[in-house]
Design a protein around this ligand. Structure first.
Ligand SMILES: Nc1nc2c(ncn2[C@@H]2O[C@H](COP(=O)(O)OP(=O)(O)O)[C@@H](O)[C@H]2O)c(=O)[nH]1
Ligand SMILES: [Mg+2]
Length: 416
C-alpha cells in the first residue's frame, strides 16, 4: 500500500505523484492494495501524518494484510521507526523504494558502485539519528553508551566503504574504454529501451521478444531477465535490454545513481526511445530524455522514437509524421519515429522493420555458399539465421544462395 502527506513542492500534482509511486512499487515487485492521502497544514514531527491518520493507516494495513507501507514523502529515521511500531508493517519512503529498484537493476559495475554509494549516503545520516536516540536512552553523563560505540564503528565502516567505492569508481572509469572495445568483438548489437516509467517499456520488451524466442535460448540463460535476444525480419539477431525508467519526481540525491543505470544505454547500438503519446506532457518527457541521453554521451547513438499507446488516442488513425513533429518540436533528430501499441500489438511489425533499417551493424548480404551435402548443421544454420533463396544439389555438394547477416558469412567463410 502507499501513502502520501500533502503535495510535494515539485510541479507534479499529488495524484500523479502517487500514480507514479504505485508504478514504482509495482516494478519493485509489490502489489498495491490501497492508497491513503492526507492534507494538513504542516507535518507531525513524530509521525509526519496526524495521529488519527496513523490509526486509519494501521487499520488499513491490518485489513489488507499489507506488509509494506510506502510514503511518497521523505521520512526521518525517527518517523520511520515510530510509524513501523504503530502500524505494524515495514515502512519505507520514496527514496528507499527507488534505491531498491536501482539496486536490483544496476548491471554495469559502475552502476552498482554508484548505487551502493547512494545507499550508503542515505544511511549515514540515519545512523546518526539513531545514535542520538541511543545516547539519550543510555543516558550516562559524559559516558559513551554501548549504542554510541556501535554507532562510531558503523560510521567508520560506512565511511571506509564510501572511500573504497570512490576509488573503485575511478578505476572503473579508466577501464571503460577497454570494456567497450571488448564488447565490440561480440557480434550481437544491443538495443536499449529508454523512457519514463509507465511509458510501456516493459510491455514493449515482452511484446518484441515474445515472437523472437529462439531455439538456442539456452545461450542467453545466464543473462539477466531484462536482456533478451530478438530476431529481426532480416533474421539478424540482436539483444534487447529493458532499462530503469526516468522518474518524474526523482529525489536529487539519486540523480547520479540514476544516470549510472543509464550506462548501458550509452553502450547500445540503437536506442528505442519509448514515449506514452497519451500523456499530456509527452513532448516534455521526450525533450528531457533526449537531453539526459546527450549528457551521458549517448547523443550520437541512433534513436527510434517509439510513440506508444496509440490505442488510447481517440479519433482518426494516428498520423505518425504529425505526431512525431509535435513530440520532437522539429529540432531533434531521430532515425525514425514509429507509432505502436505495445498492448494490442498494432504497429509492431513496422517498428521491427524500422529497427532493421536503423541498424548499421551486421548488414544483410546476399551470398552463395558451397557446402558438402552432408553438412546438415551449416544448412540448418543458413535456414535459421538467413533467408535461403535457392538450393542446388550438385553431386556431393550443395550450393545455397541466401541473404545472411555479414557476421554469419564471416563465420562460415572462416570455417570452410
Ligand atoms: N493502453 C495501453 N496501455 C499500455 C500500452 N503499453 C503499456 N501499457 C500499460 O502501461 C502501464 C505501464 O507499462 P510498463 O510496460 O510497465 O511501463 P514501463 O514503466 O515503461 O516499463 C501498464 O499498465 C501497461 O499495461 C499500450 O500500448 N496501450
Ligand atoms: Mg518497466
Amino acid at each position: 500500500m502507499e501513502w502520501t502527506a500533502r503535495g510535494r513542492t515539485a510541479a507534479v500534482p499529488v495524484d500523479e505523484s502517487l500514480d507514479e509511486l504505485a508504478e514504482l512499487a509495482a516494478s519493485a515487485g509489490a502489489e498495491v492494495l490501497d492508497r491513503v492521502l492526507q492534507s494538513r497544514p504542516g507535518p507531525e514531527a513524530a509521525t509526519l501524518i496526524g495521529r488519527g491518520k496513523v490509526e486509519e493507516l494501521a487499520a488499513a494495513v491490518r485489513s489488507g494484510e499489507a506488509d509494506l507501507v510506502v510514503f511518497d514523502r521523505d521520512l526521518s529515521p525517527t518517523q520511520q521507526r515510530n510509524l513501523e511500531k504503530i502500524v505494524g508493517a515495514k515502512v519505507i519512503d520514496r527514496t528507499q523504494l527507488i534505491l531498491d529498484i536501482f539496486a536490483s537493476r544496476a548491471r554495469t559495475r559502475e552502476g552498482r558502485l554508484q548505487i551502493e554509494l547512494a545507499q550508503l549516503n542515505y544511511r549515514l545520516p540515519r545512523l546518526a539519528g539513531h545514535g542520538v536516540e541511543m545516547s539519550r536512552l543510555g543516558g550516562g553523563i559524559g559516558t559513551r553508551g554501548p549504542g554510541e560505540t556501535k554507532l562510531e564503528t558503523d560510521r567508520r565502516r560506512i565511511a571506509h566503504r564510501i572511500k573504497k567505492i570512490e576509488d573503485d569508481l575511478n578505476g572503473v572509469r579508466a577501464g571503460r574504454a577497454l570494456h567497450r572495445r571488448r564488447r565490440n568483438a561480440v557480434p550481437l548489437a544491443t538495443l536499449a529501451l529508454a523512457g519514463y516509467t509507465n511509458a510501456g517499456k516493459s510491455t514493449l520488451f515482452n511484446r518484441l521478444t515474445q515472437a523472437g524466442v529462439m531455439v538456442d535460448a539456452r545461450m542467453f540463460a545466464t543473462l539477466d531477465p531484462t536482456v533478451r535476444p530478438l530476431m529481426l525480419p532480416s533474421r539478424r539477431r540482436v539483444l534487447l535490454s529493458d532499462t530503469v525508467g526516468f522518474i518524474r519526481n526523482l529525489p536529487t540525491t539519486l540523480v547520479k545513481a540514476f544516470r549510472a543505470t543509464l550506462e548501458e544505454v550509452a553502450e547500445a547500438e540503437l536506442v528505442l526511445h519509448v514515449v506514452d503519446v497519451s500523456a499530456p506532457a509527452a513532448a516534455e518527457y521526450v525533450a528531457h530524455v533526449m537531453s539526459v541521453l546527450a549528457e551521458i554521451g549517448a547523443a550520437q547513438i541512433p534513436q527510434i522514437l517509439v510513440m506508444n499507446k496509440i490505442d488510447r488516442l481517440s479519433g482518426s488513425p494516428a498520423d505518425a509524421g504529425a505526431m512525431s513533429h509535435r513530440l520532437l518540436g522539429g529540432g531533434r533528430h531521430v532515425a525514425s519515429a514509429t507509432a505502436v501499441s505495445a498492448l494490442t500489438g498494432a504497429g509492431i511489425d513496422g517498428l521491427l522493420r524500422a529497427i532493421d533499417e536503423a541498424l548499421q551493424l551486421d548488414p544483410v548480404l546476399r551470398a552463395t555458399f558451397r557446402l558438402s551435402s552432408g553438412d546438415g548443421a551449416t544448412l540448418a544454420m543458413l535456414h535459421q539465421f538467413g533467408r535461403v533463396l535457392a538450393t542446388r544439389y550438385e553431386g556431393t555438394h550443395v550450393e545455397v544462395e541466401a541473404e545472411v547477416p555479414e557476421s554469419l558469412k564471416r563465420r562460415l567463410d572462416s570455417a570452410s
